[in-house]
Ligand binder design. Structure first.
Ligand SMILES: Cc1ncc(COP(=O)(O)O)c(C=O)c1O
Length: 387
């Protein structure tokens, strides 16, 4: 006999595709993986043995201080006592689900939104109130309607180069969203894994830095700027949330991996090194993004619509004609090319049937065009069949 929530537990399509993508011949546009070439130069620090011992659930104090400084530099009013080191931002999503959600609780989400947030919120029994996204952030009318319903426990947002849409909220929309959250006193859960992968001068100021009344939790991670295998992230939060999140963290895994904390401390404490690394990542990914943009123009012009994102790791495509997207995925995997179907980014999969997400950071730059050609050909075949 399992807990009733297990009937709400959906598998992650992304992780299923990832298992195919681990096959080294597979060209994957599916995951949100950093470039393998970006891991060169990452080294384990010398450790005098302390990392072998159990550590504090809240994380190493020196690392919490470094993250607090980074938050403050972005305008977030956050002392180290409000910082909890987590096993990736994903653990933040899990802890927030446990803190706030029980069956029937409503949460406000962007449409589309991060699939593993939907997976976690749904597991704990959340009902979803989605609001639409425009090129510069939420449709404010729809956003306010969600808040007006009065029973929304929190709003979950990824305002900078959102996963999957790549949308980055404008400064005006960030301020407007904060003002509405303050007016209705609804808690903000802000997820920011991509803010530093900015290829233009897009605004990435955290929305929680504008809040005056509403409470907040802000996730950060080193997965996209250092290495996801470290499983290391953190959250900063309104002081009243911290004791609860700390106990949930204790119950979940005692504390995050101390070797990873030591590696991350070594990198983050060297500002010049981090600045150089971030700059290198930006130029590497921007170059790959431009190659993908060019190939999309060549192969997808008649098949789909998209915007070139100002940062992050993804193109988000809307196919002009409906196709059986899971069938399409099966055909493409057989040809050695993976992509991410849009369905899992919506509370009901059907809504995403015409969308696909393409990652440009992980595929080798010289294979992007060939891979997209295969994808376009497979889509073309299906569209022809439907017509
Ligand atoms: C929006 C968003 N939140 C959280 C995560 C999970 O990040 P982490 O690797 O730090 O657990 C991801 C990973 O892709 C993401 O896109």
């Amino acid at each position: 006999m399992y807990a009733s929530r297990i009937s709400r537990l959906t598998g992650s399509v992304a992780r299923e595709i990832l298992s195919h993508a681990n096959n080294k011949d597979m060209l994957s546009f599916a995951g949100g993986l950093p470039a393998n070439e970006a891991f060169k130069g990452l080294k384990l620090p010398d450790d005098e043995g302390s990392s072998f011992q159990y550590g504090a659930s809240e994380g190493e104090r020196s690392l919490r201080e470094l993250f607090a400084e980074r938050f403050q530099a972005k305008g977030i009013d956050c002392g180290f006592e409000q910082v909890l080191i987590t096993s990736g931002a994903q653990q933040g999503v899990d802890l927030v689900s446990k803190l706030f959600i029980e069956p029937g609780v409503t949460v406000g989400i962007e449409k589309p939104t991060y699939l593993a947030a939907i997976q976690s919120f749904a597991l704990f029994g959340a009902e979803f109130e989605p609001f639409g996204l425009e090129a510069d952030g939420p449709n404010l009318e729809e956003f306010e309607q969600v808040l007006q319903k009065g029973d929304v426990r929190f709003i979950y947002l990824c305002p900078s180069f959102q996963n999957p849409s790549g949308i980055c909220y404008s400064l005006e929309k960030r301020k407007a969203v904060a003002a509405l959250l303050d007016e209705y006193e609804v808690t903000l859960i802000e997820d920011d894994p991509y803010g530093e992968l900015n290829y233009t001068d897009a605004c990435t100021v955290p929305i929680c830095s504008f809040l005056k009344k509403a409470k907040w939790i802000h996730f950060n991670t080193v997965s996209k700027i250092l290495a996801p295998g470290l499983r290391l992230g953190c959250l900063g939060c309104s002081p009243e949330f911290f004791p609860h999140l700390l106990k949930l963290k204790q119950a979940a895994d005692l504390h995050s991996n101390r070797f990873s904390q030591a590696v991350v401390h070594q990198w983050l404490s060297d500002e010049d090194l981090m600045a150089k690394r971030t700059q290198q990542l930006r130029s590497l990914y921007h170059e790959k993004q431009q190659v993908m943009a060019q190939s999309l123009e060549t192969h997808f012009k008649d098949l789909a619509e998209w915007n070139t994102p100002a940062g992050g790791l993804f193109f988000w495509l809307r196919l002009k004609e409906p196709v059986q997207i899971r069938e399409l995925l099966g055909c493409c995997l057989k040809q050695g090319v993976a992509f991410m179907p849009g369905g899992p980014f919506f509370p009901t999969e059907d809504e995403g049937a015409q969308f696909m997400r393409l990652n440009f950071s992980n595929p080798p730059v010289e294979r992007i065009d060939g891979g997209l050609k295969v994808l376009a050909e497979e889509i073309g075949k299906m569209v022809t069949l439907v017509v």
